[in-house]
Write a protein that binds this ligand. Structure first.
Ligand code: PDD
Length: 280
C-alpha cells in the first residue's frame, strides 16, 4: 500500500483528498522536494531542508519545516520501504474565491508520500537539446512544471531520456536534472543562477569530485561544448549520475562511450549513498 501524510494526517494515498480550490491546483502556487531514501535513511536531509526553506521564502510561504521532516519519517516508516523516494509538496492552500493575489486567511496544504525506489546503474542514454522555454526563476523548486512536462514528453517520443536546455546559447540544466561535462580530466558544470536549480546531487557530485582531486569549473557552458565533452552526464536524486552518449541535435558525445573518470565518479557517488556522512 502507498501511504501519505496530508496536512499532518497519516493515511493510505487512496484516501487523500484536497479541495479543487487549492492554489496548487488552480495556479501551481507551491513548491516541492524529492528526496532519495536509502536503507531507510534520507540522503542529505540538511541540504534538502535548506533548499526547501529557500523555495518557501522565495514564494513567501511559512510552514513548520521540522514538523514536515518528522512527517516524512512517519510516512517512510509506515511504508516499510528500504529504498524510497519521498515526494513533498506544499501549496499556499485553498480559499473560497479564485484570486491571483494571496488570500488573507489561508492554511498551506502539505502533502507527503513515499514511493518504492530502486537505485540501479542506468545505461548510457540519449538526450535531446532544446531551448529553455521555462520561466526565469528555476532556482525555486516550483510545482509549476508545464514546460518541463512538455519538453520531457518530447524527449520520450524521440526515445531519449532527457532534454538538455539552453538559453541564449548557454546551457542551463536539463528538464529534471543538472548537467556536467568531463573534459580533459576536469569537471565542468553551469554556474548556479536564477535559471538553474541548485541540485542536491549536483552539490554531492562536486563534493566527491573535490575529494578525488578532480579540477572543478563552475562557469557558463556553451551549447556547442556538449558534444565535444569526453563525457556528458546529468544528475538528480532519482537518477544518480546518468551518462548521455548521444545528442539530438549534436550527434555522439566524445567517443560515444563514457570515460573511466566518469565511472570512478559514478561509483564513488553510488557508494556514498550508503555512508552515514550524508545523514547530516
Ligand atoms: N528533479 N534540475 C531540475 C529542473 C530538476 O527537476 C531536478 C530534480 C534537478 C536535480 O535536483 P536534485 O539533485 O536535488 O534531485 C535539477 C526531481 C528529481 C523531480 O522533479 O522529480
Amino acid at each position: 500500500m502507498i501511504w501519505c501524510v496530508l496536512n499532518g494526517e497519516l493515511m493510505p494515498l487512496s484516501e487523500a483528498r484536497i479541495s479543487p480550490m487549492d492554489r496548487g491546483f488552480l495556479f501551481g502556487d507551491g513548491v516541492y522536494e524529492v528526496l532519495a531514501c536509502i536503507n531507510g535513511r534520507m540522503r542529505a536531509p540538511a541540504l534538502h531542508r535548506k533548499r526547501l526553506l529557500e523555495s518557501l521564502s522565495a514564494i513567501r510561504l511559512s510552514v513548520d519545516v521540522d514538523q514536515i521532516f518528522a512527517d516524512m519519517m512517519r510516512v517512510l516508516k509506515r511504508s516499510s520501504l528500504t529504498n524510497a523516494k519521498i515526494y513533498l509538496q506544499i501549496t499556499r492552500g485553498a480559499s473560497d474565491v479564485r484570486s491571483h493575489t494571496f488570500p488573507k486567511e489561508v492554511k498551506p496544504t502539505c502533502f507527503i508520500t513515499a514511493m518504492p525506489f530502486e537505485f540501479t546503474k542506468l545505461e548510457p542514454a540519449k538526450a535531446i537539446v532544446r531551448e529553455d522555454i521555462r520561466w526565469r526563476k528555476n532556482k525555486i523548486k516550483s510545482i509549476s512544471l508545464l514546460a518541463n512536462v512538455l519538453l520531457l514528453q518530447e524527449a520520450k517520443e524521440a526515445e531519449a531520456e532527457e532534454v538538455i536546455l539552453f538559453r541564449e546559447g548557454q546551457v542551463t540544466e536539463a528538464s529534471t536534472s543538472n548537467v556536467f561535462l568531463l573534459t580533459g580530466g576536469a569537471l565542468t558544470t553551469p554556474s548556479l543562477c536564477d535559471d538553474v536549480l541548485p541540485g542536491i546531487t549536483r552539490y554531492l557530485v562536486l563534493e566527491i569530485a573535490r575529494n578525488q582531486g578532480l579540477p572543478i569549473v563552475e562557469r557558463s557552458v556553451k551549447v556547442e561544448e556538449l558534444a565535444i565533452a569526453d563525457t556528458l552526464f546529468v544528475s538528480s536524486s532519482t537518477r544518480g549520475l546518468l551518462p548521455i552518449v548521444e545528442l539530438n541535435p549534436g550527434g555522439p558525445v566524445g567517443a560515444g562511450v563514457p570515460t573511466v573518470e566518469f565511472y570512478a565518479l559514478q561509483d564513488a557517488y553510488n557508494l556514498s549513498l550508503y555512508q552515514n556522512h550524508l545523514d547530516d
